[in-house]
Design a binder for this molecule. Structure first.
Ligand SMILES: Nc1ncnc2c1ncn2[C@@H]1O[C@H](COP(=O)(O)OP(=O)(O)O)[C@@H](O)[C@H]1O
Ligand SMILES: [Mg+2]
Length: 396
């Protein structure tokens, strides 16, 4: 406890945030210098690095993430293997800032979600929602040699929330404007929005998952290229294809896309099972190759835009939509979004001072800082938790 008390008293802290999202493409690390906490928090990014999951590790993550193929022995092993990879990403970020691990105060790791069940399930009369992140924090603490905080989502779930999204707290600190509303749109494996009302309005923020991000595109590209590619680099396959609008319309019937917030999605919604349905629908409509990539990219952009039209724009018109995550690197996706949401500038987050790979990792560094300072950082209005809670578990 001594280490934690000392950390809390420091004026500033160097924190490495670690994140791997539902794309399971690899770990993003962001080393940030943080001063203070809460709305007074100051931050400066010192370095950003990523470690891609090797192909077999990615395959293993995808397998344990699916209900049909997840095995406890595989999960047990992978928890520790991912701990090593998360540690490697942290050390890489520290080295690239020309610092030594001893000069770092804390690692804040989101881990890798392998299952997320926001709907309550019951066994013998005991009912609970649940969520499961792996990437053993004890391994990270051993390899990096500094305190680690991880497992942020579970306390919110225990308090009755759905454990997601958690980044809105950080979004507010990073991007809220005094007099303008802005939207943050993350396009990772899943896509999620945070609408920040003008600070002066005193109104609560809105945040929820809009539906798929790159998850369906990645699966289609993997299939179309017979496993040679895992994503549509620069949106080039989509650009070479033609959108099948009839199929987009069918896909827009998706129950998650049409659900009213609060809502949170995962591989359970847009993973293997969704891909099976898509395959049937596309065979029936004879949509294939680049045309299918273009079609699912359009569906992704449409599902985001439709959620804005129904659940954001009736309340707030953001002055701009700041896009982060891998989807911001897909010009075809960005173009489709602009077309779907006319009149609202859609800007990549890099143009607003944060590298696109860093945003989620940076957010978890901020959440880690708040946990050290004893500041609750879930947003109950967003997750549905019954009260604000201190997030994370510490390995000291
Ligand atoms: N240059 C690029 N062009 C197109 N898509 C990209 C590019 N770089 C990354 N992506 C997409 O972004 C995904 C990773 O995004 P990321 O924000 O890391 O998501 P997650 O948080 O789910 O890991 C990749 O799987 C890929 O689909
Ligand atoms: Mg990623």
């Amino acid at each position: 406890m001594h280490a934690l008390a000392k950390l809390a008293r420091q004026k500033s802290r160097r924190i490495v945030g670690l994140m791997s999202g539902t794309s399971a493409d690899g770990v993003d690390a962001c080393l940030v210098e943080v001063t203070g906490s809460g709305l007074e928090l100051g931050w400066k990014v010192l370095s950003v690095q990523s470690v891609a999951y090797p192909a077999e590790v990615r395959q293993a993550v995808l397998e344990v993430s699916e209900g049909e193929t997840g095995r406890t022995d595989a999960i047990c092993t992978l928890n520790f293997i991912l701990g090593e990879i998360f540690a490697e990403a942290a050390l890489k970020a520290i080295r690239s800032a020309k610092l030594r691990p001893q000069q770092i105060d804390l690692v804040a790791s989101h881990g890798q979600t392998i299952h997320h069940l926001p709907e309550s399930r019951s066994i013998d009369g005991y009912a609970s929602r649940s969520t499961f992140q792996i990437g053993e924090t004890a391994v990270i603490a051993e390899r990096v040699g500094v305190p680690v905080v991880g497992d942020f989502r579970v306390r919110d779930v225990a308090a009755g929330g759905v454990g997601a999204p958690l980044v809105p707290y950080a979004d507010r600190i990073l991007f809220q404007q005094p007099t303008r509303a802005v939207a943050l749109q993350n396009i990772g494996g899943i896509a999620n929005v945070t609408l920040l009302p003008p600070a002066q309005s005193g109104k609560p923020l809105l945040a929820f998952d809009t539906g798929p991000g790159n998850m369906i595109i990645d699966a289609v590209v993997h299939d179309v290229t017979l496993g040679k590619q895992t994503f549509d680099q620069g949106g080039e396959m989509a650009r070479a294809g033609a959108i099948d609008h009839a199929l987009v319309e069918r896909l827009m019937d998706d129950p998650f896309v049409n659900r009213v917030p609060p809502k949170t999605a995962g591989r359970e919604n847009f993973g293997r099972e969704f891909f099976r349905t898509l395959t049937t629908l596309s065979l029936f409509g004879r949509v294939k190759g680049n045309d299918l990539v273009a079609t699912v990219t359009q569906f992704t952009a449409r599902s985001i835009a439709e959620n804005y039209r129904r659940h954001v724009l009736p309340y707030w018109r953001p002055e701009e939509i700041i896009v982060c995550g891998g989807g911001s690197q897909n010009p075809f996706m960005m173009e489709r979004l602009r077309e779907e949401l006319p009149g609202i500038p859609v800007v990549p987050i890099d143009e607003r001072g944060v590298p696109w790979q860093a945003k989620e990792a940076l957010s978890f560094a901020i959440l880690g800082n708040e946990s050290v300072c004893g500041v609750p950082s879930n947003v109950p209005a967003v997750t549905g938790a019954s009260h604000p809670v201190l997030l994370g578990k510490f390995v000291l």
